[in-house]
Design a binder for this molecule. Sequence first.
Ligand code: AMP
Ligand code: SF4
Length: 473
Amino acid sequence: MLAEMTGLNEECGVFGVFGHPEAIQLTYYSLHSMQHRGQEGAGMVISDQVHMQQVKGEGLVTEVFHEDLLKTLSGSASIGHVRYSTAGGGGYENVQPLFFKTHTHSLALAHNGNLTNAIAMREQLERDGSIFQTSSDTEVLAHLIRKHNSLSFKDQIKQSLPMLEGAFAFLIMTEDQMIAALDPLGMRPLSLGKIDGAWAVASETCAFDVIGAEYVREVEPGEMVIIDDEGIRSEYYTKQTERALCSMEYVYFARPDSNVDGLNIHSTRKMLGKQLAKEAFVEADVVTGVPDSSISAAIGFAEESNTPYELGLIKNRYVGRTFIKPSQELREKGVQMKLSPVRKIVEGKRVVMVDDSIVRGTTSKKIVSMLREAGAKEVHVRISSPPITNPCYYGIDTSSAGELIAAKRNVAEICQLIGADSLSYLSIDGMLEAIGRPSSMKNCGQCLACFTGNYPTEIHDHTVRPHEKISLI
Ligand code: AMP
Ligand code: SF4
């Protein structure tokens, strides 16, 4: 059960638009642009101001929303979601947005992030009479909202959000109102945009670019942005805020053309690569990156180290994800199907292979051996983030502690395991410097927990019942 609950809402993407005649199409295109944030389920809930309808399913955006289906829907407001969950966290009922009907109004919820006190909250709510429909932590918010139903809708949410802990970027919609809310640490990205006079909210700004919306600003930690026929208003459900944005958004997760908290992802990754070259230069003939997420860092490394950047690895785009394949053997096969070395480029060469991160070590190990088989004389692995030594409880699938290769090994041991001639990671200070938020700042504004073990919130669900941790591994 814990594995199921904590595996939900991983790395998702949310989009919402209010007051636009093309709301459904805009949601479709935006979700499509954020497909990298989740490929296991997609959904949208639409409102025509009187009724709300839900469409959702397992699979890719193009599989879930057929053109014929979209034509049957109408509405001027919509929230949508793409979902990525780890093994065990699936199931149609957990695909979002979650949708509830009460005798007063309907309610739709889309959530990016992961709550760290969901189990405790759920137990409390069940004791008080709630009956849950899903095993999603997101549903906790719906029950909390309902408990405050003597208040206005906005105040129901305002009272409920402070009871949640962990990471959340929520889009909440009723027939005539949309509310965007971010957790007090702003752990997940959430941006506000405008299109043809209508307000839009998205996890990533690439969604605005694809529909021609203009970026306005970030939703701030602890903020609720309320959008309805009267326009837009901002309120804070808490003033106890301090940004701790997920560093992995910069390292791996977001799309290179997106800007997260004002920083372009491609440029930031290039800086990570440059910093890595300063810290861990090695004499080589070519630099190559693991497509797609490491290309920007590899370009930066090549530029800084004055070594030619080459396409030494090609990605087959038509293979599914390798990361959460159930067995190690299948994962390794997955990497082999997905990536091929370019023999002409690497044969007889000293190759620097840049990847953005090592989680279990499957990808690096396989790539090192593929490059050697293709004739590389030396393979030096450079990682544009620090070692991942701790699990993430905030919705990024960095795996469980037992599987993390760096949890109990030093760099030399990992280098030997992956079979590289040398291995270096970026330092934590170097990463912050490259992101432009150096550790000398009073608050660097970044979450670093998977690199340091210092979690910026309580993680009740993982500490109150230690015996259940076992089911995560
Ligand atoms: P692994 O093969 O388990 O070491 O995973 C590392 C590879 O997965 C790297 O190539 C990363 O680009 C990618 N990666 C890193 N973090 C994640 C994540 N949270 N979800 C999926 N893939 C990831
Ligand atoms: Fe991101 Fe790591 Fe923090 Fe999780 S623990 S939110 S992956 S920085």
